[in-house]
Ligand binder design. Sequence first.
Ligand SMILES: C[S@@+](CC[C@H](N)C(=O)[O-])C[C@H]1O[C@@H](n2cnc3c(N)ncnc32)[C@H](O)[C@@H]1O
Length: 217
Amino acid sequence: MITTKMQGFYREKNKIFTENLCKGCKVYNERLIKIKGKEYRSWNPYRSKLAAAILNGLSININSNSNFLYLGAATGTTVSHISDILNEGLVYSVESSPIAVKKFIQVCEKRKNIIPILEDANHPDRYSSIVPIVDFVYQDISQRNQAEIFIENIERYLKKDGFGIIMVKARSIDVSLEPKKAFDIICSKLEENGLKILKRINLKPYEKDHSAIMISI
Ligand SMILES: C[S@@+](CC[C@H](N)C(=O)[O-])C[C@H]1O[C@@H](n2cnc3c(N)ncnc32)[C@H](O)[C@@H]1O
């Protein structure tokens, strides 16, 4: 059973917010607002697929002490909102682009619960000295072999009762396929490797031809 009860998370109809871990700081062009004396950052579903998935019905329970392995951190838009929700937990954030990491480091300097890792997620063994077994493996890497990358990282790092979330862009799998067919292919690959599909959510209208797929092992 999965529930949505996230500390540091606030929802008002179709708007969601996270309590700002770094008071007065912005990470992208989000709005800062005060709710009951606390500062919150608006979580933009057009900039973050996790926000889009939550608004479209993804229900997850991120405890304040959960640990995340986040693959494809880019400059830290979504990672920063996860960082807001966590308290004792850490977000181990893998990103292969040095240019993105240079900007991402500025976010990490203000948020001590993010561990940036400049690496290629195709090689999970390369960060085994840094990353422990985690509660969530999250992947947002638009690559043709993204299912394989996700599976390898899950096998290596996800704890038995943990969850995985993969953001799939249909065109990255095969431009010639109908999006639904591309999502079916990814789901079949995940199931063939022993993963259970818990939820599949289309990210319309925030992202075209994208789906969030949540799994357990
Ligand atoms: C769609 S962007 C991620 C956006 C980010 N998740 C967010 O919501 O803020 C995909 C990122 O994955 C990175 N990436 C692509 N292939 C990768 C790989 N093999 N290992 C690690 N990162 C990779 C890209 O450099 C890019 O920054």
